[in-house]
Ligand binder design. Sequence first.
Ligand SMILES: CC(O)(O)CCCCCNCCCN
Ligand SMILES: [Zn+2]
Length: 680
Amino acid sequence: MASGTALIYDEAMTRHKLLWNDPICDIEVPERLSASYEQLQCYHLVERCIPVPAREGSEEEILLVHSSEHLEAAKSTQAMNEEELKRISGNYDSFFFHPNTYHCARLAVGAALQLVDSVMSGKVCNGMALVRPPGHHSQRNAANGFCLFNNVAIAAEYAKLKYGLQRILIVDWDVHHGQGTQYIFEEDPSVLYFSWHRYEHQEFWPSLKESDYDAVGLGKGKGFNINLPWNKVGMGNSDYLAAFFHVLLPMAFEFDPELVLVSSGYDSGIGDPEGQMNATPEVFAHLTHFLMQLAHGKLCVILEGGYHLRSLSESVCMTVRTLLRDPLPQVTGEMAPCLSAIESIQNVRAAHKPYWKWLTYEDTSFLHNLSTKSDLVKTADTNPCRDDEAKITDSNGTDRIERFLELHMKNIVFPVPPIKTATTELKASADPNTFPVHLHVVKEMDKNELEALVSDFHADLVEANKTLLFLGSTLTILDKILKKEVCSGIAESPAASASVAVALRHSLHFGFQRVLCIFVGDTDIMPSTEDGKILIIHVCKKEQTGKSSSKHYVVLNWKEDADGNDFFSAVLGFILPVAYSYQPNLIIIAVGANRSLGISGISLIIGLLQGLAESRILAVIEDTDINLMQSVAKALAGASMPHFGVHVPPTQEKVNQIKKLRNQLQQDWKMLQCSVNDGI
Ligand SMILES: CC(O)(O)CCCCCNCCCN
Ligand SMILES: [Zn+2]
């Protein structure tokens, strides 16, 4: 399993610059690249990456996407004087040429291809390329929106050709619609393109009808183009996370890509003059983390936009830190998407319903059927999504943004230690090569220390001291996590329920305010959760007699489908949104007897929840299936997810159960909201 993160940066790409006065293009400055790189150095992140040199993309590689006319026109600009450069620039919407532009654009293409080669060859697991000029607006025959060659589109075509890939996901989180990329792949089912973008009912540039949610792709490509328009500014962290939980991730997991490319624009971040959004840098760590659970972690992040230098730089650093598998900082802000975001999410889900199995089973309907979309345009009020925060991003607020970000980044807690997983004597740990990840083996707590710990406030939970012994490994590991000596840990236990009960009480006694416990399998002990300090999600086979779900105790009846993993939609559409709404300080994943989930379902939960609680996860495993232990160890150690095997959609009755729970709990856990029809 490959490891390591590539970083591609070449100072030569700073030599493309605007030579005349143009208020539209003057934000695309060389300092975007140098400031980002300097911030990476400042956080000592450059030295932790594997440096990979840029190279010039060849003409042949550029012709994978662009016409020879476009290539020749671009090439001819190298010898032009300023007046000629200005004239040819006028042929395009929002583009400027400099004598170095052509060379820089070839380096940007080559950097993207170098990144693809580094990942596909296994030299690294993932990486980031800091490039300019950007690419996602450029089209077969035209430069557009600061873009000359479509770096990411060429990278996708290159990967298909050289590595025979058949499923590539492009995630475009830049705040502008990458119409160039859409045009290039709209009939191509081998490339799934997802873009969210400021739209304001077609008011915002490039103001295209085909940027709306109903542009789902053409011909064989239908269903493989996903547009999520933001019809208001001021979108924040919870809106972006909801878009991933309820739109992108279910489709991405069903698509099961072999490689993930990110058109990584940070103008969707707070303070950006173009985006006017409110999402803060740490949200990009979470978005990156989710994408690392796909394609065995093969992820290439390629820079697009981002025009507020400090916001851009901090977001770039958050991305690289996550690629390096550092634990994620807690995401800030109220976990509740705004109404406009939910409307857009609902509409894009409805538009894609005919093309995706997981959606076919979900209950989704258009907010307004297409004929009345014009009403939406009339009713569009231009107020930002959240008035209060939006003030931070008013135009003359640049210095206020600096101050805001200065303070915000100071308050961000970077978890220590970097992901380290502890375990006590696991049967299998004797054989290191069965545990492909480094496990930090800790010695058991000694008996009298244990007795002291247990007797003073767990006595009621522990019968005769026969149960005392197995408590040891759970409490030993938990203590290491609570004391931040390790990030996560695995404890074996012959009675998961009892271990979990003691671990929960111990954590609260230690002072944790919110502990999320996901219990898979049958259990009888369920500690009281009424004070909200514990949230239990109990995944079990059979109906729990007399236990109906409530805000802090959710019962999920799930018997996994025999021939495949149908648990995706429960994790992505339910467990993840509830967990992010709750914002736990500690997560306990317990696997009891007769677990009703496959190993991949359990690994998926761990992999996706690892962004929470600063990656503090305690796994308590009763089922000593060696494959389970191995998968849990890999997931906890941040190794990328195992292959999930065939993806089967859940049965209608399972979906109905999720829908019922979502309706019951979406007022409490607002990240569950994905449609306005349910009378929010
Ligand atoms: C890579 C990127 O998506 O960030 C480029 C954005 C270009 C914005 C052009 N604005 C033109 C406004 C015309 N009234
Ligand atoms: Zn942009």
